[in-house]
Design a protein around this ligand. Structure first.
Ligand code: NAP
Length: 422
């Protein structure tokens, strides 16, 4: 795999055993982690690929365990720990990284891959900044790194761009990728209220962090756009090189102005690539969108995307872009994909070397006489033109001959009859 290309890595084995449930360890028991845990523990397996949550790591694991209603029902089935090593050295097949941040999240993702685990991450910053190296490591380890939850929440845009549209030549992507900013701007539009009021409302509803600057300033969306550029165009882009304009300064007056020209305002992430000129246009900014458009109709913490391909034209997606329940959908879809691939793959047989290899040049008369019937029959089927004219065995030490030439019998032998296992 090219180091500068992200690919959705679908067909590697994960886990050391291809049978039995896929064992899952969770890093981080916050909004997303707890939603994933709840789904994994409260529902009977809905697919043939059973997932079993066996470990939960969190810096406040013990306090959180007491507050996790499902704990009692689960008894001691789940190991709760404050030591990440307990997961890395365990027999889990897949680690879910739902910690956030970059330093520890990247270090632990790397450690999990090195320990032979596949990893599902929700972490857009980690994937945008370190995705190529982590994917390369996953490939080297024969494991998977999946990251559907890192972009678009439950809106399956990573698969859509990385797999579903892999047969097209994507030329551009325009998208609403930040649910927090969308909740704020669509609230301003609906209520004609100042940004501060709309932000307070979003925070009260759990759509916005205490510090929403990464969302409003476009830092979050540009990390996601970086990932989409890799998937759509095969480009490795430094997120810092994607220009962003903040939405924090948008006013009610801006909405009034937009309405006068038949539009409204949304934070849009846009990327278009011209391969012939090797030019990428990419930005994140509050933009005027036509009132009847998909983007104008995208309200609250929803996300939306319009992907344009050379052959398929426009493909649109929209859906819940954030929230524990929605994001858990993407995580569990990735877990199931890994479990499916794992179940589909029969591990390669362990090969050993034979002590002796017998061929035409080493065969003795007694062995030749015993093997003659099957040996020659096999050879005849494989390569009739190299057989001797007579019915006897080939002469040891000379190979089969025809008209005095040394025939390429050795090749036949290697191909099918007594080849050394390699
Ligand atoms: N929330 C969403 O809607 C959403 C959507 C898509 C993607 N994501 C991504 O999902 C990831 C998790 O987000 P979240 O909203 O679930 O965050 P969160 O609620 O803050 O959860 C993170 C959890 O990890 C724990 N944690 C953080 N650093 C740790 C460390 N060094 N050692 C041990 N435990 C640690 C936190 O403990 P404390 O409780 O002590 O802080 C918390 O329980 C992020 O990468 C985020 O970008 C989130």
């Amino acid at each position: 795999m090219r180091e500068d290309t992200l690919t959705v890595n679908s067909f590697h084995t994960s886990g050391s055993s291809p049978t039995g449930p896929c064992r899952v360890g969770l890093l981080g028991f916050g909004t997303v982690g707890s939603a994933v845990a709840r789904r994994l523990t409260s529902e009977p397996a809905a697919t043939p690929f059973a997932l079993e949550l066996t470990h939960i790591f969190d810096r406040r694991a013990h306090a959180k365990r007491d507050g996790f209603a499902e704990t009692a029902a689960l008894g001691s089935k789940i190991t709760w720990t404050t030591r990440v090593d307990d997961i890395l050295t365990s027999d889990v097949d897949i680690v879910v990284e739902a910690i956030g941040g970059t330093d520890e999240a990247v270090a632990w993702t790397r450690a999990a891959l090195l320990a032979g685990k596949s990893v599902v991450t929700c972490n857009k910053q980690a994937v945008a900044q370190h995705g190529p190296a982590l994917l390369q490591l996953a490939t080297r380890q024969g494991r998977q790194l999946r990251f559907e939850a890192a972009v678009g929440g439950a809106m399956p845009i990573v698969r859509a761009v990385g797999e579903g549209l892999a047969g097209d030549r994507v030329t551009s992507i325009a998208a609403i990728l930040n649910g927090t900013t969308n909740a704020v701007l669509s609230r301003m539009e609906a209520q004609r209220c100042p940004l501060a009021h709309a932000l307070a409302d979003a925070q009260a509803r759990g759509y916005a962090e205490a510090d929403p600057s990464a969302d409003l300033d476009g830092i979050d969306a540009r990390a996601k756009l970086t990932i989409l550029c890799a998937l759509a165009f095969g480009l490795r882009v430094d997120p810092d090189r994607i220009e962003t304009r903040t939405s924090a300064g948008i006013t009610v007056q801006d909405f009034d102005d937009a309405a006068l020209c038949g539009g409204t305002i949304r934070q849009v992430a846009y990327a278009a690539y011209e391969p012939a000129a090797s030019v990428l246009t990419a930005w994140v900014a509050p933009s005027v969108v036509p009132r009847g458009s998909l983007f104008a109709q995208t309200t609250g913490p929803q996300n939306a995307a319009v992907i344009t391909g050379t052959f398929a034209g426009e493909i649109s997606l929209s859906g819940a872009g954030a929230g524990g329940g929605a994001t858990a959908v993407a995580v569990i879809s990735d877990l199931l994909a890994i479990a499916r691939d794992r179940a589909a793959i029969v591990p390669a047989a362990t090969l050993s070397r034979p002590d002796t290899i017998i061929g035409f040049t080493t065969i003795d008369a007694e062995t030749a006489a015993a093997a003659e019937k099957t040996f020659l029959r096999g050879l005849r089927e494989l390569c009739p033109s190299t057989l001797p004219d007579h019915q006897g065995r080939p002469e040891p030490g000379r190979g089969a001959t025809r008209a005095g030439h040394r025939a390429p019998v050795g090749g036949c032998v290697e191909r099918g009859v007594i080849a050394e296992a390699v």
